[in-house]
Design a protein around this ligand. Structure first.
Ligand code: FCB
Length: 450
């Protein structure tokens, strides 16, 4: 990477962090994740989200801290279950709460990027099968109408739905998330219904929101490379995984069509229903053909043996972000990096990973690719779903005993980058090099063996 050059980002680049309601707000027992957490053996070490970061109360302090750290944008999500705790009954206090949050962001000149759905469902919706059937669509439409009416004067950037594929695979294939119901059929149905709902929401926002909206989804794109680039079988399996996890979603929302393995036919309103492509990027897998793994399309996935691994046991592969920006640029719309980060309990790897990934983004921009912003996952340490609290992703540490926030080295580094709109050689000098001792890690690849 270009260690001796100063890398300047475009004017008005969006420098932000990302969070999701259930992971940071705390003490909400109205959604399906809360119910799931109460069941035995669901979350690492029997943890529950509990207080999380108590951001429902502490949002003003947190937003002030974002401002002090020079972030000019923030991605957050609405908690549907708070706003509509039972079917058709809306809670005005919760509606007002998010208005206050958005107004506070504006007070500090922090541009909100608002996610309407980030994994959690109201319990009443879960009881109806959540995203398993098309019945969800009118509910999501009604919710989006409310959201467009209530917040359309404060929000320009919208993510309708976070990671349809991750939601479906984790819930119905790997069964590590609610409803932990093994059924590839329901996985495909859920992902498809999310795209139908996205298309409907796209048009609702465009007709009902007061400010001209810029709407997309946040799509988790993982890189799948053949373990042996000379093996026809490895190449085939890697490209099948890539196609069905990454490509079908983008195709559906640009061409308006459903492709195998999701289905066939048109999705009404889905053609050209993304004003930007939102990339959530974390890692890449090497994929080897394996007859014994039909669930993963006959692939065995693992990190490259030379790679530096993070606390998840995933490869830290910054070049991947450049490759994805380049690949997604073929669709001819602006790109937002809606999430990128690493789990790191000691913050030893994060500063370097941050610089490397941002350099990858810069490389794409310098080649003419229209990347409009970067949202680091995450602003603060938070409840990491089935991993509980053991895999902190924050630029800011949270002491969960007393809710004290402490900015980590990575957070200070990111603040300098946000403030100066550039990466300088001095910043690079200040970060620790890769350690000779591999990081002790969990092995999240074992999900596939459950
Ligand atoms: C993404 C999710 C986000 C967080 C990060 C680590 O897949 O969107 O909520 O869990 O991973």
């Amino acid at each position: 990477m270009s260690e001796n050059k100063e890398l300047l980002f475009p004017d008005n680049f969006l420098w932000g962090t990302a969070t999701a309601s259930h992971q940071v707000e705390g003490n909400n027992n109205l959604n399906d994740w809360w119910a799931f957490e109460q069941e035995p053996n669901r979350i690492h070490d029997g943890q529950v989200s509990g207080d999380a970061c108590r951001q429902y109360e502490l949002y003003k302090e947190d937003i002030l801290l974002m401002h002090e750290l020079h972030q000019n944008s923030h991605r957050l999500s609405l908690e549907w279950s708070r706003i509509e705790p039972s079917e058709g009954k809306f809670d005005q206090k919760a509606i007002d709460h998010y208005r206050n949050v958005l107004e506070t962001l504006h007070k500090y000149k922090i541009e909100p990027l608002l996610t309407i759905h980030h994994f959690t469902n109201p319990q009443w919706l879960r009881a109806k099968g959540a995203w398993e059937t098309e019945a969800v669509i009118p509910y999501f439409e009604r919710f989006t109408e409310l959201v467009a009416r209530e917040y359309g004067d404060l929000v320009r950037y919208w993510v309708t739905i976070n990671e349809p594929m991750v939601y479906s695979v984790m819930g119905y294939v790997l069964c590590a998330w609610p409803p932990a119901k093994k059924s590839p059929k329901l996985a495909f149905a859920s992902a498809t219904n999310m795209m139908r709902a996205h298309a409907a929401a796209y048009h609702i926002l465009h007709t009902k929101a007061k400010l001209k909206p810029i709407v997309g989804i946040a799509h988790n794109i993982r890189i799948f490379d053949p373990a042996n680039p000379k093996s026809w079988f490895d190449k085939k399996v890697a490209s099948m995984q890539d196609y069905s996890f990454n490509e079908v979603i983008i195709r559906a929302l640009t061409e308006g069509k459903l492709y195998w393995p999701l289905g066939s036919g048109e999705i009404p309103g889905a053609k050209d229903s993304m004003d930007f492509i939102g990339i959530n990027y974390y890692s890449r897998d090497l994929v080897a053909f394996n007859l014994l793994a039909p669930k993963l399309m006959f692939g065995r996935n693992f990190p490259s043996p030379e790679a530096e691994l993070n606390l998840f046991g995933w490869e830290i592969y910054a070049e991947g972000l450049y490759r994805l920006c380049k690949r997604m640029s073929q669709y001819g719309r602006p790109i937002l990096i809606t999430e990128n980060g690493i789990p790191d309990d000691t913050d030893e790897q994060r500063p370097r990973a941050l610089l490397d990934h941002l350099e990858a983004v810069h490389k794409a921009i310098s080649e003419g690719i229209d990347v409009k912003g970067y949202y680091h996952w995450s602003f603060i340490d938070n409840f990491e779903w089935a991993e509980g609290y053991r895999t902190p992703f924050g630029l800011v540490e949270v002491d969960f005993q007393n809710q004290k926030r402490t900015v980590k080295d990575s957070g200070k580094l990111y603040a300098e980058i946000c403030k100066s709109n550039r990466i300088t050689p001095d910043m690079r000098k200040g970060v620790k090099p890769r350690s000779a001792t591999p990081k002790k890690h969990f092995n999240l690849y074992t999900y596939g063996e459950k």
